[in-house]
Write a protein that binds this ligand. Sequence first.
Ligand code: ADP
Ligand code: MG
Ligand code: MG
Length: 252
Amino acid sequence: MLIIKNLHAEIEGKKILNGINLQINAGEVHAIMGPNGGGKSTLAHVLAGREGYEITEGSITYMGKDLLELSVDERAKEGIFQAFQYPIEIPGVSTANFLKHTINAVRKHQEKTDLSATEMLKYIKEKAKMVEMEDGFLSRSLNQGFSGGEKKRNEILQMAVLEPRLAVLDETDSGLDIDALKIVANGVNQLKTKDNAFIVITHYQRLLDYIIPDFVHVLYNGQIVKSGDKNLALQLEEKGYDWIKEEVATLT
Ligand code: ADP
Ligand code: MG
Ligand code: MG
């Protein structure tokens, strides 16, 4: 599904990614961990196609296509989903309406007809139920006055209605309580199929008690310096990152 080769990226002339190699197959969950400032969010943004990043070397192939040639919109329509770390508020636009437009835009790209109003509502409600979101929520302005947990739930709802092929979840460094962790985990676990894949960026080993990753990678100084299975996350929880930094220092 995704092959990242020797990816180097800069922002405002500052080198941030220094040769990322990563391969992701359908059906897999990859967790990315690592110390602050390592480049995790940058990688997520580069995958989503956010502006401001210059790719100076390397390649990203997604479903056989050169991902770097696709616009943000095209990437979304090709099934790449990035959860916003800081969700946008849109006063006057209800959550349901926002979802409706997003769903129809993706359906159009897939050459499917728009859902009727009734079908759309049924579809959205079904997914809302899945993320345990109350119906009343759908008529509220997008993210306005949402609590942290509600924003998280809304983000997972967006992911659920879009049924992405590749979802990139970049969790904030703080503010995720245990309920929010469970919302994210339940969402991922319910949406996971043999045909899609997830990249879960997290500081919380605890999240990985609920979402069992197939692979855990440590991103440090713009490189994936270590990969393993879920036990690597437990090791990091126990020992921190210093031993990895030392390993890297010895090797270079
Ligand atoms: P992480 O998500 O692993 O904490 P980031 O990808 O957010 O790491 O950041 C990696 C590095 O890039 C940090 O040193 C950060 O300060 C820097 N960086 C991120 N965004 C910008 C920006 N817009 N301009 C300059 N430097 C940035
Ligand atoms: Mg950070
Ligand atoms: Mg980050």
